[in-house]
Design a protein around this ligand. Structure first.
Ligand code: SIN
Length: 291
């Protein structure tokens, strides 16, 4: 197996993110190089590899170096899954013969962590760009370790042992997934419960674990109290500059640590085609953050 250990790690200079240069993801990566890559991922939370050429099998093979892959999430009605590879989630605004070829359309996506509405959310997501718009459709990433560390101390203490219910019924574009009702009371809403503060199983660092704002509920609080607390946490996120934006080019592969980052997508021009393949690596969810 040829060593590809000469690759470079080039930090973005923002609160997270690094470029990896000199690594061909379609070729074999030896254990030492993969170990270095994993450490860079732990340090920078989001890694970008440019100018890659990956078919479905190569994308799945590289993704599976990080662990067992999850199946793509449940779709809204009329959005098909990848025809042959259940691990690949097609994210696209392209419509063929009146049917979208993938999910999430042209919508601006809210800040979120992927599939946090599951008991064991993915630890990593990988997004590979096949067709990209010239303008728009950037993906923004946010460092939730730093968000936790910079919370006002009284707010940090208040949330330390609280749990949050993450809504399963709608995707990050606000679309209803197949099989769910349009509305639920907070205590009956389908989804998963996770601590608001988690400890990363690899780095040992604490971070916020917010999922997404719409339909979230702090377990046990009256709806108004829950909304007030979540609004305060999200205001902290929105006010911060702990983010980095990825402007996509075809052949870009980005992996993010879904346990300690948020991401969102900016607006998309429907006239500009965008086609991405996403995979997600199962589990390794951190336990509650309390010492
Ligand atoms: C996603 O949230 O997985 C998709 C992000 C994007 O389309 O940029």
């Amino acid at each position: 197996m040829a060593s590809q250990s000469q690759f470079e790690v080039v930090p973005t200079g923002a609160a997270l993110g690094a470029d990896i240069t000199g690594l061909d993801l379609a070729a074999a990566i030896d254990a030492a190089s993969f170990g270095r890559l994993s450490r860079a991922w732990g340090d920078h939370l989001v890694l970008r590899f440019r100018d890659q050429s990956l078919d479905e099998a190569a994308l799945i093979e590289f993704s599976a170096r990080f662990g067992v892959l999850d199946a793509a999430p449940r779709r809204p009605v009329n959005v098909p899954n990848h025809p042959t590879r259940s691990e690949i989630n097609i994210v696209s605004n392209i419509i063929e013969n009146g049917t979208p070829i993938g999910g999430l359309g042209n919508a601006e996506l809210v800040w979120h962590q992927d599939m946090s509405y599951k008991d064991l959310p993915p630890k990593a997501s990988l997004l590979y760009a096949i067709e990209t718009p010239v303008t728009g459709g950037d993906t923004h990433f946010y460092n939730l370790y730093s968000a936790y560390e910079t919370l006002p101390p009284e707010l940090r203490a208040r949330i330390e042992t609280l749990l949050c219910k993450h809504d399963a019924t709608r995707n990050s574009a606000g679309q209803l997934r197949a099989g769910f009702d349009a509305d639920y009371a907070n205590n009956q809403r389908p989804g998963a419960v996770h601590p608001l503060v988690v400890r990363h199983p690899d780095t040992g660092r604490k971070s916020l674990y917010l999922g997404r704002r719409p339909n979230a509920w702090v377990v046990g609080l009256a709806d108004a109290d829950s909304d007030q607390l979540l609004d305060a946490l999200w205001a902290h996120v929105e006010a911060g500059s702990l983010n980095w934006a990825q402007h996509w080019r075809p052949g870009d592969l980005v992996i993010w640590d879904n346990r300690c980052t948020l991401h969102r997508r900016g607006t998309l021009d429907p006239a500009q085609r965008r086609l991405m393949y996403r995979t997600q690596v199962r589990g390794g969810h951190a336990a509650g953050g309390s010492d």
